[in-house]
Write a protein that binds this ligand. Structure first.
Ligand code: M6R
Length: 615
């Protein structure tokens, strides 16, 4: 995925220099990709677009090119996560037509670019990059000869594109407009006074605009400094949008580091507040109750997601099994084609996605819907594609998460899914009302539990991370409800600290993985307060220690067998259902401080992007 931003304004109407506003927005989009970046603008009276771009981080490119100082009131910019074409100066966006009269920025993949490129080369167009994107300005240029109208040429071009796209285009022909189109890649408009934005995500312009329109698939149109025009490409008619303008309540601090060294640590510390918001959302409307009704009516229940969200979904499937005796099939979203064959009317699919835009999860959703299944989404981003295309949308309300590693969004997903499973178990007879109320009481108390946990465990996690940072491989083991947490801990460590980390059920050790264990090998045990405690601490910990492993446990201080462990990251004792809420935070801290100790930037792990919008 990539980040795009565009601003068009009446000269003198903006609170800051337009190029500075765009530059700041670009920095806020850097979590979406950071291998190269660029800016294009139309200086007043110019017959050419001016493009500055190159390989590297935005801050370095700013020093080299001065992105924040370009002239003009119509500007688009891009930060890239390479798909087609290596991260090079030439492949960086924006891309232009042959005559440099227009520039475009794009997020997504144009699948039919090879055919289009050949057709255009045959007509004499000269390509300079290896990207799929470059076909777009050339195609528009070609059609402009025919239509003599830039918007018609743009629309006709979008119609021939196959794949996914969020596009912003500027042209010297109509220099105060930014043309846009979206399909399967996010795009939002931000409305100001005498200026308007288009961007991949709201934080890009939140400093300057809180009035937002979330664009939908197949919408095309343009913004001027004072107008918005949106059309539905499939219906070929304009779309009313005034009822879709939303006021964003987040403060700019929510999308800023606010004095912390990194977004990731800020977001770890924000977890108690995020949980409070999730609880308010759950108890503030009846959508969770509606979800329970849909689930009670289901023949089969599936849950799907990617990465961290999958761990939350997997946790939900275990809870449903344990609390209600109801089997739920968890599957990784990119494997949907294996599972969709069995799906039919009467089935329910739960799709978990913080961004609501992950393409694998969206494809799973569409495949199940096509077969008649009902879909419930759990997302953090209101109006994003996955909740919008689902029959029912539930929200975590964790606030914007900028760090590439998911932290507060996992904890809030776990809370929401625990609530859903407990409510289902109560309604289906798996739990008595006093049992359900007991667990709900602890879930309601989770913001306080997490606040106390941070001070209890932070120093210990930091100390351990110094040692961990010199290791090259780590196991994360658990049983039952602790397993998704172990998986989440391992994912965090590998994605930001670049240390090989593997999670698996502790009982599997003897079936192969233990062969890797030698003197000093770190094994982190996630120790829930459930019936498997003894098996884990007396069995699996011992067999690892006997081979020289250092046994680290995330365990309740009151766990009687805690002295079996070499090092304990203490967590409060709660009902076992709350395991992800209590046991994940120490693992997030270990990953964070280990990455920092290795001199890495946890907010921008190599090769990754916050939302994966390519299959
Ligand atoms: O936005 P989503 O929840 O759908 O994203 C799913 C994964 O891409 C995401 O959780 C990813 O694994 C994170 N980098 C994990 O920290």
């Amino acid at each position: 995925m990539c980040g795009i931003i565009g601003l068009t304004c009446i000269p003198g109407s903006t609170p800051d220099r337009p190029s500075l506003m765009v530059y700041r927005g670009l920095l806020r989009l850097e979590y979406r990709g950071y291998d190269s970046a660029g800016v294009a603008s139309i200086p007043t009276g110019s017959s050419k677009v001016v493009v500055l771009k190159g390989k590297g981080k935005i801050i370095e490119l700013e020093k080299k090119y001065g992105f924040s100082k370009v002239d003009g009131c119509t500007i688009v910019a891009h930060t890239r996560w390479a798909t087609h074409g290596a991260p090079t100066d030439i492949n960086a966006h924006p891309h232009t037509d042959c005559s440099t009269t227009m520039a475009i920025v794009h997020n997504g993949i144009i699948q039919n670019y090879r055919e289009l490129r050949k057709e255009l080369v045959d007509k004499g167009h000269v390509f300079v990059s290896e990207t799929d994107t470059e076909v777009v300005p050339h195609f528009i240029e070609e059609l402009y000869y025919k239509y003599k109208d830039i918007y018609s040429a743009f629309k006709k071009t979008v119609e021939v594109l196959e794949g996914s796209y969020a596009i912003a285009l500027i042209s010297v022909v109509e220099p105060d407009k930014i043309f846009f189109a979206r399909k399967d890649s996010p795009l939002v408009l931000g409305l100001g006074n005498g200026f308007n934005f288009v961007a991949s995500d709201i934080p890009a312009f939140l400093e300057y605009s809180r009035k937002v329109i979330v664009l939908r698939d197949y919408e095309v149109g343009y913004i001027t400094p004072i107008n918005v025009f949106i059309e539905d490409l499939r219906k070929n008619r304009s779309v009313g949008y005034t009822h879709r303008v939303r006021f964003i309540e987040w403060s700019i601090e929510d999308a800023s580091k606010g004095g912390y060294a990194h977004f990731m640590i800020k977001e770890i510390f924000e977890q108690p507040r995020a949980l409070k918001n999730t609880l308010q959302g759950i108890e503030g409307d009846n959508s969770f109750q509606k979800a329970v009704e849909i689930l009670l009516d289901a023949d089969r229940i599936y849950v799907t997601a990617a990465g961290t969200s999958y761990h939350a979904g997997f946790y939900y499937s275990l809870l449903m099994q344990e609390l209600a005796g109801t089997p739920v099939v968890p599957f990784i979203a990119s494997e949907h084609y294996v599972y969709e064959r069995a799906a039919s009317e009467g089935d329910v699919l739960i799709v978990v996605s913080q961004s609501g835009e992950t393409i694998d999860s969206l494809m799973a959703l569409r495949a199940f819907k096509e077969r008649g299944a009902r879909v419930i989404a759990l997302s953090n981003v209101i109006d994003s594609a996955i909740p919008r295309e689902s029959h029912l949308a539930l929200y975590t309300r964790a606030g914007p998460e900028i760090g590439v590693a998911a932290t507060k969004t996992f904890i809030t997903q776990a809370l929401a899914l625990a609530w859903l499973a407990v409510s289902y178990a109560l309604a289906s007879g798996g739990l008595s009302s006093s049992e359900a109320e007991g667990i709900r009481g602890e879930l309601r108390d989770s913001p306080r539990i997490l606040s106390e946990l941070i001070s209890l465990v932070e120093e210990k996690a930091k100390m351990l991370s110094e040692w961990m940072s010199r290791k090259s491989s780590v196991y994360y083991l658990s049983r039952g409800i602790g397993l998704p947490v172990a998986m989440e801990g391992a994912l965090k460590l590998k994605e930001i600290a670049y240390i090989h980390a593997e999670a698996y059920p502790a009982g599997e050790s003897k079936h192969g993985p233990i062969a890797l264990v030698s003197e000093g090998f770190p094994v982190i045990f996630v120790v829930p307060t459930d019936n498997y405690l003894e098996k884990l601490l007396l069995g699996n910990v011992q067999e690892m220690k006997a081979r020289g492993a250092v046994a680290i446990g995330v365990a309740s201080l009151k766990t009687s067998l805690g002295d079996q462990l070499d090092y304990v990251l203490p967590v409060p004792r709660t009902h076992w259902v709350l395991t992800p809420l209590t046991h994940t935070l120490p693992l997030q801290l270990i990953a964070y401080y280990t990455a920092v100790a290795r001199g890495l930037d946890p907010d921008k792990p190599r090769n990754l992007a916050k939302t994966v919008t390519v299959e």
